[in-house]
Ligand binder design. Structure first.
Ligand SMILES: C[S@@+](CC[C@H](N)C(=O)[O-])C[C@H]1O[C@@H](n2cnc3c(N)ncnc32)[C@H](O)[C@@H]1O
Length: 434
């Protein structure tokens, strides 16, 4: 593809992503995969360039939308591209927008005026320049205080590629050697010496390491969350939101393939992925079951577990605001109504999970959210409903070496700016023995 044809492909994909944002449609990475499937002629360099182009626009979408609105232009894929290119001083629009060889059509008079106007607009308000949706500015300023700008900047960066070494198959030394043999530079994680940080963004899916279940791609924050579950051999563990099993597999390995992980999710497709990954990882202590969203069927399925679990893991559905580096468009999907809906589900899962914990057992709640509404507020509300539960200090499980700014907090909050991980939250609750 000629470079300008890649620009046209980016415009088309961004248009699809904009439509999905309006209609609550597919995620950007899904749309990108579909776009490549429909453009089989695009080679690997074309795909990399198109993907970079799409994410460059998504990472600055807030500022671009602000500029378009200031210029009284409609937000379309093509206008977003024009605004994006107009912010770069030396863009030669006539050389790109030729209409030849699948390049974008030439700019009309209005678009030419728009391109000329964009560099003169501004200054863009701080929060918008930091890609923070207006209604989330206050809660995020509360959360980060003086680090607001630094954290929001970190959330615009690229996320690291982190691996979890599967101790059921191998160990970290052997994995580092195998990666080096593939010319992949990697180091041990910042907090967990048995996690691995990979340099750059090499393709890993073709490596036998992945195919044979030696490693799983998993952010260090999620691995820390699993460590705080303190899942030991022979325990009975319920994982109520197992999804495709990122944490379930880590729990199974921590339990050395003994005891039982009862993994549930409402999404059968994700559970199907979990079953494939279990085979690859040689995890043999997991039972995966689909749960209905609610009702009698759900209660009946969970009944045998009532009051019998040593650990209940709630990796609840959330805004995903801690993962904005990976999915920049997620920030534009969240609405106050959606956040309310999520907190209701989170409360219901906490109450349901609590009923499964046995005396002396732990209920471990986690999110990849940065918002107090999904984190500490949920735990405070739960504790007011359930005085028979006690919030444990995460340090009592972790030990030393994972301090956070607010030392008074017993819950753990991680963030890209401070920890280099995804934004993540963990609360460990113990049921008081009767
Ligand atoms: C944050 S994701 C879980 C990720 C997974 N634990 C992992 O480590 O890969 C949340 C999951 O909750 C599931 N979910 C949503 N509502 C649910 C409910 N009411 N009961 C159980 N699972 C639910 C979703 O299908 C999704 O897979």
């Amino acid at each position: 593809m000629i470079p300008a044809a890649r620009t046209q492909a980016v415009i088309e994909i961004i248009s699809d992503i904009e439509a999905a944002l309006r209609d609550n449609g597919a995620a950007a990475d899904v749309i990108l995969r579909q776009a490549f499937a429909a453009r089989r002629y695009a080679g690997s360099k074309d795909r990399a360039a198109i993907s970079d182009g799409v994410y460059a626009i998504l990472r600055s979408r807030g500022a671009l939308v602000w500029l378009l609105e200031a210029a009284q232009a409609v937000v379309t894929g093509r206008h977003l591209m024009i605004a994006h290119l107009a912010r770069t001083a030396d863009t030669d629009f006539a050389a790109i927008f030729t209409g030849q060889g699948h390049a974008p059509l030439p700019l009309d008079d209005e678009e030419t005026a728009l391109a000329a106007q964009i560099p003169a607009l501004g200054p863009i308000p701080e929060a918008i320049a930091l890609e923070c949706p207006a209604w989330l500015e206050e809660p995020l300023r509360q959360r980060f205080g003086e680090s607001f700008a630094a954290e929001l900047t970190a959330l615009q960066g690229r996320a690291p590629l982190t691996l979890r070494v599967n101790s059921l198959r191998t160990n970290v030394e052997a994995t580092l050697k195998a990666l080096a043999a593939e010319n992949i530079t990697a180091t041990r994680g910042r907090y967990l010496p048995d996690s691995i940080l990979v340099e750059g963004a090499p393709r890993l899916d073709t490596l036998s390491l992945i195919r044979d279940g030696w490693v799983e791609v998993q952010d260090e924050a999620s691995q820390i969350g699993v460590r705080l579950v303190d899942a030991r051999p022979k325990l009975q563990v319920a994982d109520l939101c197992a999804g495709a099993g990122g944490k379930t597999l880590a729990l199974a390995a921590a339990m050395k393939n003994t005891g039982q992980v009862h993994a549930f999710d409402t999404d059968s497709r994700r559970l199907g992925n979990l079953r494939d990954r279990m085979r690859r990882a040689d995890a043999r202590n997991i039972q995966a079951h689909q749960l209905p969203m609610g009702g009698e069927g759900r209660a009946t399925q969970l009944k045998p577990l009532l009051g019998g679990m040593d650990r209940v893991v709630l990796d609840v559905p959330c805004s995903g605001s801690g993962t904005w580096r990976r999915s920049p468009e997620l920030r534009w999907r969240l609405t106050p109504e959606r956040l309310d809906e999520l907190t209701r589900v989170q409360d219901a899962l906490l109450d349901e999970g609590a009923s499964l914990v046995k005396p002396g057992g732990h209920l471990v709640y986690m999110t990849c959210s940065l918002l107090a509404a999904e984190n500490d507020d949920r735990i405070a509300a739960f504790l007011s409903r359930r005085p028979d539960f006690l919030l444990l200090d995460y340090r009592s499980i972790w030990g030393e070496g994972l301090e956070q700014k607010d030392n008074a907090l017993k819950t753990l909050s991680l963030s890209p700016g401070q920890n280099g991980t995804d934004g993540f939250f963990v609360a460990v609750l113990a049921v008081l023995a009767k």
